[in-house]
Structure formats: C-alpha cells, structure tokens
Design a protein around this ligand. Structure first.
Ligand SMILES: Nc1ncnc2c1ncn2[C@@H]1O[C@H](COP(=O)(O)OP(=O)(O)OP(=O)(O)O)[C@@H](O)[C@H]1O
Ligand SMILES: [Mg+2]
Length: 232
C-alpha cells in the first residue's frame, strides 16, 4: 500500500532521513520505533507531504506521492495525527472534528457518528472547547479529527505521549479497533513495548535510517531491541 524507497529528507543542512526504506501493506498495523531524534516524525511528515524528500521515492497504492501537496495526499486517503495533538483549543470538540472533514472524503455526518461511537466522551463533550479537554481526551479528539477524512492509511505520531498508563491502554485498544474496521495504521511510538505488541511488523529507526525490522513479536524478543528500547 505504502512504499518508501531510499528516502533522504533534510532540514537545511541537517539530514534527518538518510536513505529510509520500508513498506506498509494494506490492513497492517506497522510501527516505527526509535530514540529521540531518530527521524520518526520526519518520516511521517515526509509521507504526508509536509516535508519534501530530497531524494528517493514514495508510492501509495502504486502512485508516486513524492512532491505531492499535503492536501492532495490527504484526499488520496492518508491522514496524519501530529505529535503533540495540535487540536484547535478555542473551537468546540464538534468544530474540531468538522475541520477534519474538509478533505471531502466520505460523508461528514456519518463519519461524525462513527467517531462518536468510537469515543463516546467526545459526543458527551461536543460543545466544550477543545482546549478544556484532558490530555487523553485531546488525543482522542486528534485521532477522531484524522478519521473525519475517512483515511485508508492513518499515521499516528506518539499517541501515548504524556498519558497515564490506563489512558494509553484505551488509546491502543482504539487503534486496534480502527484497524479492524479496515484502516491501515503506521504508528510511531516511544512506548516500544505497547507498539510492538499491537503491530504486525515493526521498523527500528536509528540516526535517520532503518537498522532493524521484523515481525512485532520477533522484535519484542530481539536482544538488541530489549536492551535499547524495552529497558531490559
Ligand atoms: N525543524 C527542524 N530544524 C532542524 N532540524 C530538525 C527540525 N526538526 C527535526 N530536526 C532534526 O531532525 C532529526 C530527526 O527529528 P525527528 O523529529 O524526526 O525525530 P523523532 O524520531 O521524531 O524524535 P522524537 O522521539 O523526539 O519525537 C533530529 O536530529 C532533529 O534534531
Ligand atoms: Mg517525533
């Protein structure tokens, strides 16, 4: 479904991605794990078109999306939940969700009902300003907003960041549910254990390139991964 081939992405002189190659197959949950600064967020932003790669190619459903605008990539069915949530704090929950529908994919009213079913708390609080929600609820809102474009591929950047373990579990359960309903998921996480448990396959990013990949289960048992990313 998605294929990155030897992608190089720079911030000015800083080469954040140094030849990244990986793929996500339709229906999978795939995770990218790696330390701070490894290039995880840059990889997601390069896929969603926010960052433009200097070299390499990216294919989505067989079509090159290298250099395509973020808006068109969204319309093609790739939606990103950015790191740090970035909801609109002054808009209501419902308005935040409606902002996500501007891509015009799918029917906004039925998508809104689907999001409310997935996250009943958002329905209860639909008139409340986004900024007054708890951290976990804001993450739900950010995911809900991304779902309002009816994506085929959902990119999630550290959905568990700063959340209590119980809230993290709820978010991870919901990601699984979203995937079961047919959305392919590419998940970036510092919480490597939870991410690998949820994922069919995982890639380890180190210094802007993939150092290791495999089935989620196998990476959980990999000695290097256990030492470097699972705190053992
Ligand atoms: N706006 C920027 N300007 C210059 N360099 C940047 C910028 N954003 C990121 N970088 C650099 O690019 C590299 C990759 O950063 P990136 O944010 O993709 O890492 P990450 O794996 O998402 O890290 P984290 O786990 O902290 O979110 C880092 O070395 C970082 O310092
Ligand atoms: Mg990041």
């Amino acid at each position: 479904m998605l294929e990155l081939i030897d992608i190089h992405t720079f911030y000015g002189p800083v080469e954040a991605l140094r030849g990244v190659t990986f793929e996500v197959r339709q229906g999978e949950v795939v995770c990218l794990i790696g330390n701070n600064g490894a290039g995880k967020s840059t990889a997601l932003m390069t896929i969603s078109g926010i960052m433009r790669p200097a070299a390499g190619d990216i294919f989505f459903e067989g079509i090159s999306i290298k250099g395509v605008s973020p808006h068109r990539i969204l319309r093609m069915g790739i939606s990103q939940v950015p790191e740090g949530r970035r909801i609109f704090p002054k808009l209501t929950v419902r308005e935040n969700l409606e902002m996500g529908a501007y891509s015009g994919r799918g029917n906004a009213a039925s998508l809104l009902e689907k999001v409310y079913t997935l996250f009943p708390v958002l329905k209860e609080r639909h008139k409340q300003a986004g900024g007054t929600l708890s951290g976990g609820e804001q993450q739900m809102l950010a995911i809900g907003r991304a779902l309002m474009s009816s994506p085929k591929l959902l990119l999630l950047d550290e959905p568990s960041l700063g959340l209590a373990p119980i809230v993290t579990s709820k978010i991870f359960r919901t990601i699984r549910e979203i995937n079961r309903e047919g959305v392919t998921v590419l998940l970036v996480e510092q919480n490597a254990r939870a991410a690998l448990k949820l994922s069919e396959r995982g890639y380890v990013l180190e210094n802007g390139s993939v150092s290791l990949h495999g089935r989620g289960e196998d990476l959980l048992n990999n000695e290097l991964v256990r030492k470097a990313y699972l705190g053992e």
